[in-house]
Design a binder for this molecule. Sequence first.
Ligand SMILES: Nc1ncnc2c1ncn2[C@@H]1O[C@H](COP(=O)(O)OP(=O)(O)O)[C@@H](O)[C@H]1O
Ligand SMILES: [Mg+2]
Length: 217
Amino acid sequence: MPGKRRRVVLEDVSLRVERGELVYLVGPTGSGKSSLLKLLYMEMQPDSGVVRVADYRSDRIKPSETPFLRRSLGIVFQDFQLLPDRSVFDNVAFAQYVTGHRGKAVKSKVMHVLSRVGLSHKLRQYPHQLSGGEQQRVVIARAIINDPWIILADEPTGNLDPTVAEEIQRLLIGLHRSGMTVVMATHDYRLVRSFPARTLAVMNRRIVEVDPSSLSG
Ligand SMILES: Nc1ncnc2c1ncn2[C@@H]1O[C@H](COP(=O)(O)OP(=O)(O)O)[C@@H](O)[C@H]1O
Ligand SMILES: [Mg+2]
């Protein structure tokens, strides 16, 4: 935009996440955690260099291919982004409908992921009838229903009380232990220390590996 100064958020980032890894992304507000996740789901493009996720490269992906990339990712945001006028079942099933699945197979898949997140008994409820923690469980169910390669979570416990946040963290850790790759931006150093894993800190536009037990606050 003319007259608008561009600010560099991330610079010289080189990083590789292996299949099955759990990686935390920490750093103060505005440091670029969400931007890094946006690079991974290719909502943003790097000014230079290349981002490779699953079978896609940021410099070669066509706009028509972005939905396919997104379907191989499970994305969990801090604000739940559920469809308010649909039941729990339909919110989760929706992710299957958009990939062209129909019928009994969808039903059994939805029931399976809802039981995985501990919400089988709430399938007919609507989002406003659920607590924040329950809503986040629905989001996680929706994120995993298409068997994603990677879960990208942007401060998934950011809006939750500490006890509920820990339950959601346990759920995500459980998914990681069952084999999923999880990249999680988080502010909650207490939870990082409780469930230590590879931790990357965004600092002064760069990404550095840090010892999770050294995080304070
Ligand atoms: N769409 C955007 N356009 C311009 N600047 C943005 C946009 N999104 C984020 N930013 C800026 O980029 C910087 C990094 O933001 P973000 O990646 O959201 O950090 P974090 O998630 O660590 O809080 C901030 O200064 C923010 O204001
Ligand atoms: Mg953010």
